[in-house]
Design a protein around this ligand. Structure first.
Ligand SMILES: *[C@@H]1O[C@H](CO)[C@@H](O)[C@H](O)[C@H]1NC(C)=O
Length: 215
């Protein structure tokens, strides 16, 4: 029995470490104090007696994002920066707009699972499982369809409909984080050595330079 409890405890611990999801709150709320200099995991709390409805609210998600850019999509986040009351609550939201054939390029959220629903148009969506299989799990979604991108996995969306598309997604972190693969690898500041990228992607260094010049 004791062994069993220890085993379950260890399992729970390893699960926490591996998944890196947001911790549970220790109070009703902890509205982020915007000007706090305190550094901690999350954001410092405002005095609860000073908290107002506006701390839990955001307006403007009915407005479409500007998709005039190289990838043809725009993510409008509603996370702790937009709603200070989300601090410690382990959840956030985004609106994503797509021009025709626009993509939300391959990226991962290091701290969140994402659940996405198509509000307008049609999207091809997909994620790739971790090594060694790297299996692509993908689907065409239409208005009202829902899809899940598991925490940490590389995923993308592409507008495959005739007009603009729009989706809304919930994420299991107050601050999901985004690592866009192309930008992180080819656009890092400072640059990763061309030799490393040439070998990693099995291409000539000139190809690396050519891709790098775009980021
Ligand atoms: C959208 O973004 C483009 C490129 O940055 C800019 O030229 C254009 O004025 C923007 N459109 C609107 C409506 O803000």
């Amino acid at each position: 029995m004791v062994k069993m409890i220890v085993l379950v405890g260890l399992l729970a611990l390893s699960f926490c470490v591996a998944m890196a999801a947001d911790h549970s709150p220790l109070q009703d709320f902890c509205v982020a104090q915007s000007n706090s200099q305190v550094l901690l995991n999350g954001l410092a709390c405002k005095n609860p007696s000073m908290v107002q409805a506006s701390d839990f609210s955001f307006s403007g998600l009915h407005l479409s994002g500007n998709t005039s850019n190289a990838v043809g999509s725009r993510v409008t986040p509603v996370a702790t920066t937009q709603i200070p009351g989300l601090n410690t609550l382990g959840i956030s939201l985004v609106r994503i707009d797509y021009a025709p054939w626009g993509i939300n390029p391959p990226h991962t959220h290091p701290r969140a699972t994402e659940i996405l629903t198509v509000i307008e148009g049609s999207l091809e969506v997909g994620f790739v499982t971790s090594n060694p299989d790297n299996r692509l799990i993908s689907k065409i979604l239409h208005k009202g369809d829902v899809f899940v991108f598991p925490i940490g996995l590389i995923h993308y969306q592409r507008n495959v409909g005739k007009g603009n598309a729009m989706a809304v997604a919930g994420l299991s972190s107050q601050n999901p984080g985004v690592i866009t693969i192309a930008n992180a690898v080819f656009g890092s500041e400072a640059a990763i050595s061309s030799d490393i990228l040439a070998k990693a992607f099995q291409v000539d260094r000139r190809v690396v330079s050519s891709i790098r010049s775009k980021f």
